[in-house]
Design a binder for this molecule. Structure first.
Ligand SMILES: NC(=O)C1=CN([C@@H]2O[C@H](COP(=O)(O)OP(=O)(O)OC[C@H]3O[C@@H](n4cnc5c(N)ncnc54)[C@H](OP(=O)(O)O)[C@@H]3O)[C@@H](O)[C@H]2O)C=CC1
Ligand SMILES: O=C(O)[C@@H]1CCC=N1
Length: 264
């Protein structure tokens, strides 16, 4: 598998690390305009770092674009003449539709949109994917690539905006919840390092419980909330303070922000 990461920034670097940790590529190109910050990756024998997207495209089959939305159109223009039957064009670009991509490079390309998150660097991404008519013939290949770095789900393109919020921005939402729990633990007497250790492993346990059991969260909550106990006291106080409502409102606000920059 010859992979190019076009735009090796926050997400692109996480994907590159995930590819390396999962041995997902025989050869990988990593590009950005200023390559200084990723030069170290050339120490991996099968990695080439370059600022030249065209060279990366010519020498790769799987093209994963992870640039900012405002840069993507021009980058596609710059490389479109190089695209051929061997290429799968995978975009992680928020709010950049398949139709918009087709208007630049044409519909006769294998186009896939993928929405991973930064946990991909440790093989734990939740990645949502969709494709154009030709791209749907490469969905299984795309799932195989991202399943080496976590879990993937094919969804209709109409749901990609919501998937961005839940799965990609979602990493930041869950990190804030872990941080808040950590701050609670510090208030109760743990030092910061231990407090975070308690918070993140408990979070990992809760998620693993649901993934392994297939149970509903409230089913698991009922197993913890002893009648008249401390858990239900805390849980109800959090809801009196608007915990669930504030999370839902934040998720919707995040979704609306994408709508805002999509229409620009
Ligand atoms: N961060 C996340 O968790 C997620 C991000 N996304 C999406 O991924 C995309 C990237 O986001 P993020 O990683 O946060 O942004 P960053 O700004 O961190 O990364 C974008 C990278 O693109 C590079 N770049 C800019 N222009 C070019 C160019 N012409 N050729 C090659 N590389 C270029 C920049 O480096 P330089 O300036 O050196 O060129 C930069 O490192 C966005 O569209 C975002 O919506 C999707 C899911 C999750
Ligand atoms: O915040 C953003 O716009 C990008 C998309 C999801 C995560 N980062």
């Amino acid at each position: 598998m010859k992979i190019a990461i076009i735009g090796t920034g926050n997400l692109g670097l996480s994907i590159a690390k995930g590819v390396l940790h999962s041995n997902g590529a025989t050869n990988m190109y990593m590009t950005k305009r200023n390559v200084e910050s990723i030069k170290e990756f050339e120490s991996y024998g099968n990695v080439t770092v370059t600022s030249d997207n065209r060279i990366a495209v010519q020498n790769s089959d799987i093209l994963i674009f992870a640039v900012q939305p405002s840069h993507f159109g021009q980058i596609l223009e710059d490389i479109k003449d190089l695209l051929n039957e061997k290429h799968v064009v995978i975009s992680t670009i928020t709010g950049f539709s398949i139709a918009k991509m087709e208007s630049i490079i044409g519909a006769d390309n294998y186009i896939v949109r993928s929405m991973p998150n930064t946990a991909i660097s440790v093989g734990k991404s939740m990645t949502c994917i969709c494709g154009n008519e030709k791209g749907r013939k490469r969905i299984d290949l795309t799932k195989a690539i991202f399943n080496r770095m976590g879990h993937s789900l094919e969804i209709p393109e109409e749901q990609m905006q919501a998937a961005t919020v839940i799965c990609a921005s979602g990493i930041a939402f869950w990190m804030r919840l872990i941080r808040a729990t950590t701050q609670g633990a510090i208030q109760l007497g743990f030092d910061a390092k231990e407090a975070q250790e308690l918070a993140m492993h408990t979070c990992n346990g809760a998620a693993s419980l649901l993934i392994e059991s297939g149970n509903h969260p409230e089913e698991e909550i009922d197993r913890v909330t002893t009648p008249m106990g401390c858990t239900i006291k805390g849980l109800n106080e959090m809801e009196h303070q608007g915990l669930s409502s504030s999370l839902i409102r934040g998720i919707v606000a995040s979704f609306d922000k994408i709508t805002e920059f999509k229409t620009k």
